[in-house]
Ligand binder design. Structure first.
Ligand code: NI
Ligand code: MN
Length: 223
């Protein structure tokens, strides 16, 4: 699976001729290198309703005839706006033509201009035989150990920005619970309040059985 970072919590995953985007915050994202019109995907995965995650999901869904995938209430919000959707909920998994998606808990909020749009979530995404865990926006939680026990996580995408989500110390603990083969920090340096040095995350995991990859916006890695 090829993973390309678009800044903040946005990633594009590609495998076997399919591609999906997660948390497509492109318009208004000072770190994004692409525009919504550049995106060609089979599906749009959205962890929660906050603008820095929902982003351009509706526009990308419409242009690509690609379903928005997320919790029921958030998907309903998107389909009312003209997107196509596939509603799921926490703990549920589904196999799509591009791969398998399972929704995990995330401790956070999820609102839009209409109010709350259900619970936030994280994603376990399996494509091309590899599994990526995108934590969404969340604090540290001990069930990450269960997620790591049930799933072989090839790559964990973890927020490190602090203030709204885990900071670096808690993200280092999250890696210990999830036991991924690879970890990529996200949700930092987009705004002043979430400024972090990702090298501290790397240093904190030195000597641990995990490869830390710090991606610049626009950069890719092979999982
Ligand atoms: Ni959020
Ligand atoms: Mn956020």
């Amino acid at each position: 699976m090829k993973l390309t970072y678009q800044g903040h919590s946005c990633f594009i995953a590609e495998a076997e001729g399919h591609s999906v985007i997660i948390d497509p915050f492109l318009n208004g994202n000072p770190l994004a290198k692409i525009k919504p019109s550049d995106v060609k995907v089979d599906a749009v995965l959205v962890t929660h309703g906050h603008a820095d995650h929902l982003g351009d999901a509706v526009e990308i869904s419409k242009k690509n005839n690609a379903p928005v995938i997320g919790v029921f209430e958030l998907v309903n919000y998107c389909t009312v706006k003209g997107a196509s959707g596939h509603a799921m909920h926490i703990g549920g998994s589904h196999t799509f033509p591009f791969g398998r998606v399972k929704l995990t808990i995330a401790h956070h909020g999820s609102t839009t201009e209409v109010g709350a749009v259900g619970n936030p979530c994280g994603f376990l995404l399996t494509m091309g035989g590899k599994t990526v865990y995108h934590a969404g926006d969340t604090g540290l939680f001990s069930d990450m150990a269960l997620i790591g026990e049930i799933n072989t996580i090839d790559c964990a995408l973890l927020p490190i920005g602090d203030n709204y989500t885990m900071g670096i110390e808690d993200a280092i603990r999250a890696v210990g619970l999830l036991k991924p083969k690879m970890a990529v920090p996200m949700h930092y340096n987009t705004f002043d309040v979430i400024k972090q040095d990702p090298e501290s995350f790397r240093k904190g995991l030195e000597g641990k059985p995990v490869k830390v990859k710090i991606l610049k916006p626009g950069e890719s890695l092979e999982v």
